[in-house]
Write a protein that binds this ligand. Structure first.
Ligand code: NDP
Ligand code: HSE
Length: 412
């Protein structure tokens, strides 16, 4: 079987190497003699004969070649990735992508086109790199209604947080290391500002709840506001700060989704997921909670997921309605401030005793936190449980205390 590769950076190179190394084995796994890459579309000149000999600049060559059955897109971004994928689908090629921005923003049109031309559009590598989360949700949980998910969905930010906590690394130094490993997005602000996790959360929500979830509708916060002081307070309480993507179906049918740093209590597996690893809890009405764990980014791990999708396309090339979701249903997202939870709060007080008294009066069930070498006027605590908007309003009303940072403590 002949395939083509659009984009030969971190992920594309992993796919190239895997196919070259396992060509005959992969062929046997999809009923062919072998799997071969016939074309590589990229802007770069690689200076490596094995890659340069296959390189083309015109998507028309790939889309117009009847020998090509499956096209892998690993360029990133929406333009021209969307137009290139559309050209391939319209010419009867199945498309496999690792590009979550493309899926989160354009899936509906891509599904429609794949359906019209009876080919596959698959994107298993777009969420959690090498972890088979999407096929678990689409196929293995088909006997359930999926009621929610919560996970560490971005390897770069988890790597940074781990380095900051374990090795007291600086934020910028840890980010540079993540980039050197090939974990980060081309624009790393997509990682650290939470946009990458937002796109993945939108994809998970679309699968879990069956209708398209617009990433623009998901409240998103990144990790740039997290300080060593907050990590120390939360660590001291036996918990960890993690950037989570959460989706939950509410009893009234509305969907709660959020992307934000969260306090994960010790004892929850998510608290111990470190480095580039990701993990996701999925909640089903029959199975209860299941958790998937593994490498969330990187060349080989992501290639593993891409190549599995390529083989699926070869084995069953026609459109698979199970591997898709319905078009948008407006009005399902619940305002995130309505969610009941606890908040971790750090701030300053001129008179700490007076502030603590006011804080205890405002919030029920307050836990005061400590850390070594805290400045004299610093105060950190966890509130009792109430709707987020109520907690935020109460915080503004306490005159003796100036909040600087708040981090949600969701019930997981
Ligand atoms: P890279 O930037 O390493 O690779 C992208 C490649 O595509 C580069 O060679 C780039 O060339 C090329 N390219 C970009 N635009 C064009 C274009 N218009 N025409 C031709 N070539 C183009 O990205 P990654 O491999 O890291 O990521 C690719 C996709 O996979 C992204 O969507 C990413 O989010 C996703 N992903 C990445 C993972 C990872 O661990 N890195 C894991 C899972 C998903 P140039 O560099 O010259 O722009
Ligand atoms: N930049 C992404 C991450 C790549 O760090 O998780 C994998 O999707």
């Amino acid at each position: 079987m002949k395939i083509a590769l659009m984009g030969c950076g971190t992920v594309g190179r992993g796919v190239f190497e895997t196919v070259r190394e396992l060509s005959a084995v992969l062929g046997a796994r999809c009923g062919r003699d072998c799997v071969e890459i016939k074309y590589i579309l990229d802007k770069r000149t690689f200076g490596e004969p094995a890659l340069d000999a296959l390189t083309v600049r015109d998507v028309g060559i790939i889309a117009g070649d009847p020998e090509i059955e499956v096209v892998v897109e690993a360029m990133g971004g929406t333009h021209p990735a969307f137009e290139f994928c559309m050209a391939c689908l319209q010419n009867g090629k199945s498309v496999v992508t690792s590009n979550k921005q493309l899926v989160a923003e354009k899936a509906e049109t891509l599904f429609e086109t794949a359906k019209k031309h009876n080919v596959q559009f698959r994107f298993g590598a777009s969420v959690c790199g090498g972890i088979p989360v999407l096929r678990t949700m689409f196929y293995s949980m088909a006997g359930n209604e999926i009621t929610g998910f919560a996970g560490i969905l971005n390897g770069t930010t988890n790597f940074i947080l781990t380095k900051m906590i374990r090795e007291q690394a600086s934020f910028d130094g840890a980010l540079k290391q993540a980039q050197a490993h090939g974990y980060a997005e081309a624009d790393p602000s997509d990682d650290i500002e939470g946009r990458d996790t937002c796109r993945k959360t939108a994809i998970l929500a679309s699968i879990a709840f069956g209708t398209h979830t617009d990433p623009d509708g998901i409240h998103t916060e990144g990790i740039t506001g997290i300080t060593a002081a907050d990590a120390a307070y939360i660590d001291g309480a036996g918990s960890r700060i993690k950037l989570l993507g959460i989706g939950e179906k509410q009893p009234d049918g509305r969907i709660y989704t959020i992307v934000a740093p969260a306090v994960v209590p010790a004892g929850r597996i998510l608290a111990d997921v470190e480095g580039v690893f990701n993990a996701v809890s999925l909640y089903g009405t029959k199975v209860g909670e299941i958790m998937l764990y593994g490498p969330g980014a990187g060349k080989d791990a992501t290639a593993s997921a891409v190549v599995a999708d390529v083989l699926d396309c070869a084995r069953t090339p026609g459109f698979d309605p199970v591997y898709s979701w319905e078009t948008k249903q407006d009005g399902r997202l619940m305002p995130y401030q309505e969610k009941s939870l606890r908040l971790y709060v750090r701030g300053n007080a001129g008179d700490k005793a007076a502030a603590l008294s006011d804080i205890r009066e405002a919030f029920e069930d307050v836990t005061v936190l400590t850390r070594d070498n805290a400045p004299q006027n610093e105060l950190a605590f966890i509130t009792g449980k109430a709707p987020e908007k109520t907690l935020s309003l109460l915080l503004t009303q306490i005159r003796s205390f100036v909040p600087a940072v708040k981090i949600r403590c969701p019930e997981l």
